[in-house]
Design a protein around this ligand. Structure first.
Ligand SMILES: [Zn+2]
Length: 345
């Protein structure tokens, strides 16, 4: 049963006054550092390269720093497919000291409230990172700044756009000084019940990040968003996501714990009043695009549509879906992820 929680109590629960949290703002994004080469179309100047070893051939493509499926190429029957999702963008430094350490200030991309800081590099693949909550057009979004060397803010702190959060670094696994960068994401949140879900499925791993663990945050294509906003300053995130392509749909059983339609009511398209289930459309990166009522009865999340294509879906979906055509189905990993959306049901 749902219980009424007054707005001031929600503010108390999250430790921030409700009046501040109730604010909303139009979508207006600044870049997090002084590197603005993305707006000149200079990918090599903007993105930090990755170290690739593909069949014994080593390379350092900057394209691996972009958002999307840009990593881990695999030769398939349908050609070369990049199988690993990068949920943010890696922005290279513009200044280094005599020892080669990056000096770039990392700043808030929009007004908001710092909701999480992780100052122990070993607690996350993001290394030392900061999460800022924003409220655009009435919904909450979360910008994340990873691999920092220094964090200069604390949770609960209100920040304005361009306020400094920390200093660029190379903390986190698999990084070195040469590849220093800020990893930037702009996310939707999936569930308020993330911590219980994590405790259930990752018993041996401690979650040091509360709701602000990367697994509970799904990153939208922030590079495309920056470029789209240059052309259309009045663009909103709902409009932006409406342009994304659906790769698959999943039907969820009715659940009071289904937070997505509460967090992002603009995702809901009431196709019909019938049926207790919900069908969610996702793009390839797993970003929810649309929520509709479904008459299909399911006991657990179930794949209901996969865009027809030539190769096994596991290459396209980070192994959340396997097979193709009528044989396509959620994998164990896919089911586990989808359960997060309605956990603990
Ligand atoms: Zn990154």
């Amino acid at each position: 049963m749902r219980r009424f929680v007054p707005r001031w109590a929600i503010g108390l629960i999250f430790g921030v006054p409700a009046l501040v949290r109730g604010e909303t703002q139009p979508l207006n994004l600044a870049l997090p550092t002084d590197n603005d080469a993305i707006f000149r179309g200079d990918g090599a100047e903007f993105y930090q390269y990755i170290e690739r070893d593909y069949r014994g051939v080593k390379s350092t493509p900057w394209e691996g720093g972009r958002y999307g499926f840009v990593r881990n190429p695999v030769e398939t029957s349908g050609g070369l497919v990049y199988t690993r999702l990068h949920e943010g963008i890696d922005i290279r430094p513009m200044q280094r000291n005599a020892q080669g350490e990056p000096l770039d200030a990392v700043r808030a991309i929009a007004d908001g409230t710092v909701v999480h800081t992780n100052s122990v590099a070993g607690y996350s693949n993001y290394g030392k990172y900061v999460v800022v909550e924003h409220r655009f057009d009435g919904s909450k979004f979360y910008s994340l700044y990873g691999h920092l060397s220094v964090i200069g803010v604390r949770a609960g702190q209100r920040v304005q756009q361009r306020d400094q959060l920390g200093v660029m670094g190379h903390t986190g696994e698999g990084l070195n000084q040469a590849r220093a960068h800020v990893h930037l994401e702009l996310n939707l949140m999936l569930s308020r019940h993330f911590e219980a879900w994590h405790d259930t499925f990752f018993k041996t791993e401690q979650n040091h990040h509360g709701l602000y663990n990367g697994l509970n945050l799904v990153g939208i294509d922030i590079a495309r968003l920056y470029l789209a906003l240059q052309k259309r300053p009045a663009l909103t995130i709902p409009e932006f996501l409406a342009e994304e392509e659906t790769l698959y749909r999943v039907v969820f059983p009715a659940s009071n714990n289904f937070d997505l339609p509460k967090f992002y009511p603009w995702l809901v398209r009431q196709k019909s009043d019938e049926g207790a289930s919900w069908e969610v459309s996702f793009n390839r990166a797993g970003v929810p695009l649309k929520i509709e009522r479904s008459a299909k009865q399911v006991a657990e999340p179930e794949l209901s549509y996969l865009k027809p294509g030539g190769i096994d879906a596991s290459y396209l979906t980070s192994d959340r879906i396997a097979g193709r055509g009528a044989a396509a189905h959620l994998t164990g990993k896919g089911k586990q992820f989808m359960r997060l959306l309605v956990f603990p049901d």
